[in-house]
Design a protein around this ligand. Structure first.
Ligand code: ADP
Ligand code: MG
Length: 702
């Protein structure tokens, strides 16, 4: 019954005729009673407090005043018409102004009577006015039995407002709905959870969130509804993970053999960090279980992810399986190949490199040795997923810098083996834990949160354009010491000709300041042909050029340990995570490295915070936290298709504690069939089923 209640179309609500039904659907996506009940106010205003006109200051929120309205007059005509009135109390005078609904307002106000006026004061010509105030006759309000104290405010669109549905209109519709809800809202949490977390019932929460009698009501309602929201998202994520684990049998890496051990004991030139060891243990447990691993490995630039990946590939090899590692660019693939060759040294393990520029003849040889199983580790780019690439027995796929690859591409790699290989996705973009829990809640998740010892922390400075000559002087000194320098320009839209001009102007000026033949300057940008780009990158990597002028194409993974200076031009135009990625291009060798952020004086407050954060910390997770706070989850990488954006009430920044509790409880219920089937949990399971049935857009992210 109650399921049907929530599913009832909104046309059955008081005050919702066909026209409103259409516009509420269109503008706010409100189709049924449930949608309306879960359309929460974004704030409340205390209507019990009255201000005096003399107390009004600039930038005040909504205020409520008591006084007389007089001298109403219409000024102008047609589109430009406005209605003004004088409002007075015993402390002063201000003007009320209406630009819309003039006729109606004029008719409904009795000049000379006492009114309650409610609105947001604005300053114009050094005098305060209130545009579009709500007005109510004092005697009428006094006579009415219900006097709202905390008035809910709902977001509405311009179109809705034009159709006369403003925040108050939404509140009215909800008021009508409230009369229908007693006995119609079934609880969807267990009594156990309600008790444990001291949550109010679903019905109370829905009443209190819309029509609270006091502030406490708002708090308890929010707590309950946030928990509910996060809990069902986590249930969904964890359930998909369990289903996948159940469905996808995996190859079992049951033993640790010679190649792993010999490498570890004889070839590893340094001690693994604690974090690397921890992650390796997690991966070994996963891959040994007989279930397919789907793990996200997060670790800041330089934290040693590649090494962890290599050791996993050795583990695969010990168990008779091939593995591959896929990088987003040819340069990175080359670097991995060289790095891994060096690590493995004399060990007798055959590895191969496959990229777009691998020659046809070499390709053929590679294909053959892959198919007959001779080749153990394949390193490459997108070229790996071509159909012609066939493995003998692929057991592990490593994907580096995950966000460059689409889901479909990943799926293609899976299909290269009868039993799907284990998948390890590596990313250097730190994301806050709360976001990871929601975004990647259905993946296993490991973090390397520790850098190898002895790293020199990169020094970061913020300079203004006028200090450019100082900066040039600094570059010269570093080059004299034999070091190399990046100078990066923003080019967010590769098509923006303005940006390209900035870049080429910058390049010309750098060449003038650092002339041939003493200095060699490279340039790389997205409009260049891949081969030309590669050629310049290689020149820089080999040390043939000292300065690399570039756009963000160098952002991902490039490793030139001899470069010690990263100059970022127009740094205020970059987001925090991008700045952090760029900075990660230096500090890769033993020498002290520097990051210099160049900006103009004109910066937004947010821009200033970004510069300050970069100067103060090199901790990627801290930076990600600030980023989340500045931008909200909407703009964070990867959130677009994740459903995180649809959160109605929970806040990933503020509600970490609730999120953790919700996830813990979701795991407890799903991982034990006895708990799952316990009668007390029936409301939860029923709701989960209902939601899964309803929603088709809970996208899988792995
Ligand atoms: P990431 O891929 O996480 O950015 P890499 O795997 O490329 O980092 O490692 C960065 C550098 O640190 C490499 O030169 C690597 O050999 C080195 N490295 C990795 N692990 C350690 C460790 N435990 N101790 C010292 N150096 C390490
Ligand atoms: Mg890397």
């Amino acid at each position: 019954m109650s399921g049907r209640f929530l599913d009832s179309p909104i046309k059955y609500l008081k005050g919702v005729g066909p026209a409103r039904e259409k516009i509420l659907k269109q503008e706010l996506g409100l189709n049924n009673f449930e949608d309306v009940l879960y359309y929460f106010p974004f704030r409340y205003i205390d209507r019990s407090k009255f201000y005096k006109i003399s107390e009004i200051r600039e930038n005040m929120p909504y205020v409520q005043l008591k006084g007389k309205i007089s001298e109403m007059q219409t000024i102008g005509q047609g589109h430009n018409a406005r209605l003004t009135a004088i409002f007075t109390d015993d402390t002063g005078i201000l003007e009320l102004i209406w630009f819309r609904g003039i006729k109606w307002v004029k008719e409904s106000i009795n000049a000379g009577k006492e009114y309650i006026v409610f609105g947001k004061p604005a300053l114009f010509n050094r005098k305060f006015n209130i545009p579009h105030p709500e007005v109510e006759e004092l005697s009428v309000v006094k006579a009415s039995l219900v006097q709202v104290q905390l008035q809910p405010f709902y977001n509405v669109t311009e179109k809705l407002r034009k159709a006369n549905v403003d925040s108050k209109g939404i509140a009215k519709i909800l008021k009508g709905l409230m009369e229908l809800i007693p006995n119609n809202i079934t609880e969807n949490l267990s009594n156990e959870l309600l008790d444990k977390y001291k949550l109010v019932s679903r019905e109370d929460a829905l009443r209190f969130i819309h029509f609270p009698s006091n502030v406490k009501h708002i708090q308890v309602a929010q707590k309950r509804l946030k928990f509910e929201e996060l809990f069902f998202i986590q249930l969904h994520l964890i359930k998909s993970k369990l289903i996948r684990a159940h469905k996808n049998k995996g190859v079992a890496f049951s033993k640790v053999g010679d190649s792993f051990n010999v490498f570890y004991k004889e070839h590893l030139p340094f001690e693994l960090t604690g974090a690397q060891k921890k992650v390796l243990r997690e991966i070994r447990q996963d891959t040994g279980s007989g279930k397919q691993m789907n793990r996200l490995l997060q670790g800041d630039v330089g934290s040693g992810k590649t090494l962890v990946a290599l050791m996993c590939m050795l583990l695969a090899n010990d168990n008779g399986f091939q593995s591959c590692i896929m990088a987003p660019t040819e340069i990175l693939a080359n670097q991995h190949f060289e790095g891994i060759s060096e690590f493995l040294g004399e060990m007798n393990i055959k590895i191969g490199l496959l990229t777009g520029s691998t020659k046809k003849k070499d390709r053929k040889v590679l294909h053959e040795s892959l198919l007959n199983g001779e080749l153990k580790i394949l390193i490459g780019t997108h070229a790996l997923i071509e159909d012609t690439v066939q493995f003998n027995n692929l057991g592990l796929v490593v994907i580096d810098e995950q966000h460059r690859f689409g889901v479909a591409q990943r799926a293609k790699l899976w299909q290269k083996s009868l039993i799907p290989p284990h998948v390890l996705v590596m990313t250097a973009t730190p994301i806050p834990r709360t976001l990871a829990m929601t975004l990647y809640g259905d993946l296993d998740y490991s973090v390397i949160d520790e850098l190898p010892p002895g790293r020199k922390s990169i020094k970061t400075y913020h300079y203004y354009d006028k200090d450019r000559y100082k900066v040039f002087g600094f570059i010269k000194k570093q080059i004299d010491l034999g070091r190399q320098v990046y100078i990066v320009y923003p080019l967010i839209e590769e098509s923006e000709t303005m940006d390209l001009k900035d870049l080429t102007d910058g390049f010309e000026s750098i060449k003038r300041t650092f002339p041939n033949p003493q200095y060699q300057v490279s340039i790389v940008h997205g409009r260049m042909k891949a081969a030309d780009k590669d050629f310049e990158m290689q020149r820089f990597a080999k040390g043939e050029t000292q300065i690399m002028v570039a756009t963000t194409v160098i952002e991902v993974g490039v490793n030139v340990p001899n470069s010690t200076v990263m100059i970022i031009e127009n740094a205020e135009r970059f987001g925090l995570s991008q700045l952090h990625q760029l900075r990660g291009r230096v500090g890769r060798g033993g020498d002290q490295s520097y990051c210099i952020l160049m900006t103009s004086y004109k910066m937004t407050a947010e821009g200033k915070t970004r510069m300050k954060t970069m100067v103060e910390t090199t901790d990627g997770f801290k930076i990600a936290d600030v980023d989340l706070k500045l931008r909200g989850p909407g703009d964070m990488q990867g959130t677009q298709q994740s459903g995180v954006l649809d959160l109605k009430i929970a806040d990933l920044i503020k509600d970490e504690a609730i999120l953790k509790a919700a996830r813990k409880e979701a795991i407890a219920i799903l991982e034990d069939s006895e708990v799952y089937n316990a009668p007390g949990n029936a409301p939860i399971i029923r709701e989960l089923g209902r939601r899964e049935h309803k929603s088709t857009n809970w996208s899988d992210i792995s």
